[in-house]
Design a protein around this ligand. Structure first.
Ligand SMILES: Cc1cc2nc3c(=O)[nH]c(=O)nc-3n(C[C@H](O)[C@H](O)[C@H](O)COP(=O)(O)OP(=O)(O)OC[C@H]3O[C@@H](n4cnc5c(N)ncnc54)[C@H](O)[C@@H]3O)c2cc1C
Length: 494
């Protein structure tokens, strides 16, 4: 009998992970279809006259998840890229002359906290002990569950574990029960911003992110984050995955509840026995399927809390910059009004917080000699009106602050500039409302409360990626691909 044909849509981290696991362990033929002309999805890269820009992720956290990923195939990250641990991990800029360099070393980190708030070092030990426990149960167990039924969680040991994990307390309250000083509170609340909501609406379970930050460290793959994608593609090809680029799926053709084929924009039709959709869930659910086969209504989707979109600038600067680190968080304005503009009353924020990454500080290969690669990110509400004029306004707003706080002229040294926001997320990735990071990890959007990884109406259609379990971010997307691949193999005897 010929092998079953599994077609994976999308070459982001989740699609690549699903395809590689299936090709490795499943008795099947795997084809991966990608609408763009290069792999990686939100983690693509582009180059311009010696500048090499990572288009999306820049923080390499949870190195153990990457090690586990490659170990499934008898490999290690070092077979594909070289990692460096950053020290300082990052800088937090609270204002002019008010900058905290976050040391990689735990004892130095504790000493820094103690200097800000007496007693904070001892409290950090207690805080981190809990966070470590949550990391171990959360990342090594919970996130690997397909979350299709409550019964998956119905073991006494696990229920006990979950009670200890502060699922019903907010991260904000949790942090404040250990620390009082505003600077420390903001520092401890920062990692959950990666999960697409503020600490008020993220369960304290996610202090596991602080463990990832403080204990496991911030790493950087030499030549940039896209090296991970390059490694994953090489591995997928080694396992026999066939890649097709410029292969945008326009329709999933379903007969009597079974997907039979995919129709591409080019007019080509590809037969499939099983489909794993790693493109944005909403796009597949509402645009690639006939309405009768979609899992969720438009009303359902409109009620989801999406993680933010972003305004990005990729800048080439023709001189070296001072007073900046590899990662820089500009917390020189209060978070409250910006969070309100993202989550409560969606609008362009009056005084945005922003993030600046300068990977050329660590890595001379990403900018021409004597120059700097500067990436700026302003988190924004999804679905805002995105115009050139607005992008320019914000460019000048943040450049004013960047120049003032770091004490240098930057604008006149910019030799390359590209902006990226909602309209690009929509046109490049079919991102629902132009989201950057998928669906927020709020309590009501956790585990079985997330859009399901299995279609309820099409028996051979599965979903993976940052809008389903376990959630947004590179490590969860890698895990999502593995979780769905296991489900596909189990249910289809592959
Ligand atoms: C600006 C930015 C910064 C980020 N920073 C970090 C960070 O520092 N650290 C971190 O861990 N995470 C970060 N993230 C989040 C992380 O990048 C994502 O969670 C992850 O890359 C999502 O992977 P995915 O596979 O789910 O989706 P995607 O990467 O979006 O992959 C989906 C793929 O499907 C393709 N596709 C869509 N429609 C079709 C179609 N019809 N036919 C064929 N193909 C289609 C798309 O082109 C895309 O390649 C960041 C994201 C962004 C945008």
């Amino acid at each position: 009998m010929s092998k079953k044909h599994v077609v994976v849509i999308g070459s982001g981290f989740a699609g690549l992970s699903a395809a590689t696991h299936l090709a490795d362990k499943g008795n099947c033929k795997v084809t991966l279809l990608e609408k763009n002309n290069s792999p990686g999805g939100r983690a693509r890269k582009f180059e311009h006259q010696g500048f090499v820009f990572d288009m999306g992720p820049s923080w390499y956290w949870m190195p153990d998840v990457f090690e586990t990923y490659f170990a499934h195939f008898g490999k290690k990250p070092a077979d594909y890229y070289d990692l460096i641990r950053l020290d300082p991990s990052y800088a937090v800029i609270y204002g002019e002359q008010d900058v905290l360099d976050i040391p990689a070393n735990l004892d130095e980190f504790k000493a820094m906290l103690e200097g800000i708030e007496p007693g904070a070092a001892a409290n950090l030990d207690k805080f981190l002990a809990q966070a470590k426990y949550k990391y171990e149960v959360g990342i090594h167990d919970l996130v690997h569950r397909p979350s299709r039924s409550l019964f998956e969680f119905a073991s006494p040991r696990l229920l006990l574990d979950m009670m200890r994990m502060d699922i019903f307390q907010s991260m904000s309250k949790h942090v404040r029960s250990f620390f009082r000083h505003d600077k420390i509170v903001r520092l401890m609340e920062f990692p959950v911003l990666f999960l697409g909501e503020t600490a008020n609406n993220i369960p304290a379970l996610y202090s596991l992110m602080n463990y990832a930050d403080i204990a496991l460290g911030t790493w950087y793959p030499k030549k940039g984050m896209h090296e991970i994608i390059k490694g994953m593609v090489a591995l997928a090809e080694e396992k026999g995955v066939t890649f097709k680029y410029d292969a945008e799926v326009e329709k999933i053709e379903v007969t009597h509840g079974t997907a039979k084929s995919l129709l591409l924009r080019s007019g080509e039709r590809i037969e499939a026995d099983i489909i794993v959709a790693g493109a944005d869930y909403h796009h597949v659910d509402k645009h690639l399927l006939e309405p009768a086969y979609s899992n969720y209504s438009e009303e359902y989707w409109n009620k989801r809390v999406m993680a933010p979109s972003s305004l990005l600038f990729y800048l080439g600067v023709n001189k070296r910059l001072k007073n900046l680190r590899h990662h820089n968080l500009f917390f020189d304005e209060p978070l409250g009004p910006h969070a309100d503009a993202i989550y409560t009353n969606p609008r362009w924020p009056e005084k945005p917080l922003f993030y600046a990454s300068v990977p050329s500080i660590t890595d001379p290969t990403v900018a021409p000699e004597g120059m700097e690669n500067l990436f700026l990110l302003v988190p924004l509400a999804p679905d805002l009106e995105d115009t050139e004029a607005m992008r320019e306004k914000y460019f000048h707003m943040i450049l004013d602050r960047l120049e003032k706080i770091t004490g240098q002229e930057i604008r006149s040294h910019i030799v390359f500039k590209r902006s990226y926001a909602h309209n690009d997320f929509k046109s490049d990735y079919h991102a629902f409302k132009g989201n950057a990071y998928g669906l927020a990890n709020t309590l009501m959007q956790t585990a079985i409360l997330k859009p399901s990884l299995k279609s309820k109406k099409v028996r051979n259609l599965y979903y993976t990626g940052q809008l389903t379990v376990p959630g947004p971010g590179v490590p969860p997307s890698l895990i999502s691909g593995h979780v769905v691949a296991k489900e596909v193999m189990k249910e289809n005897n592959l």
